[in-house]
Design a binder for this molecule. Structure first.
Ligand code: NI
Length: 187
């Protein structure tokens, strides 16, 4: 089932999410729905806050980017309760977008090299190092679990240039090819 994607300005995107308990009701259905939602909206990652749930769950599949970023081959993953460790300090700028910020993209500086510990959808533990664009996707999705979006890493000057588009998203006047949920109206 496709789920609506919550857009920039919605408070659910600004909360720090809670760990997923092992007895979470129907996690497999939720994970399948998150993958379906991500593929339909042509994203390469989707975090649970983006479908309105403040739990530490992410789905990723960067396989479509394999040609430009070979490290993204076979990268379909469900990531639950991740712990992320930065392994080197050099930051590289690359373009990013986000399903919660339709119609926008900006260069974001991120480290290249991380180590991630996580649980998969069968509750099996994993630990692995990631580099390149796949590391970037993971860092972007991890930010969502911390109540951050990529625009937070963008300079005030660049954000100012995006101001009217951001304002259209916040006020529910943006157009989108996938089902969305706008921020509640301010009274
Ligand atoms: Ni995002």
């Amino acid at each position: 089932m496709k789920l609506p994607i919550y857009l920039y300005g919605h408070p659910v995107l600004r909360k720090v999410s809670e760990p997923v308990p092992q007895d979470y009701p129907e996690p497999q259905k939720l994970i399948d729905d998150m993958f379906e939602t991500m593929y339909f909206s042509e994203g390469v990652g989707l975090a649970a806050p983006q479908i309105g749930k403040n739990i530490r769950m992410v789905v990723i599949d960067g396989s479509a980017l394999e040609k430009d970023f070979p490290e993204c081959a076979d990268s379909k993953m469900c990531i639950i309760n991740p712990e992320l460790e930065v392994l080197d300090g050099e930051k590289i700028a690359r373009g990013e977008g986000c399903l919660s910020l339709p119609g926008l993209s900006e260069e974001v500086k991120r480290v290249e090299h991380i180590r991630l510990k996580w649980l998969d959808r069968d509750w099996q533990e994993h630990e692995q190092e990631f580099t390149g664009f796949l590391s970037r996707i993971i860092q972007h999705e991890f930010d969502h679990l911390e109540g951050k979006v990529y625009m937070d890493h963008v300079s005030a000057a660049r954000r100012l240039m995006d101001k009217s588009k951001l304002n259209n998203i916040v006020t529910g006047r943006t157009r989108c090819d996938y089902p969305v949920r706008y921020a509640p109206r301010k009274k």
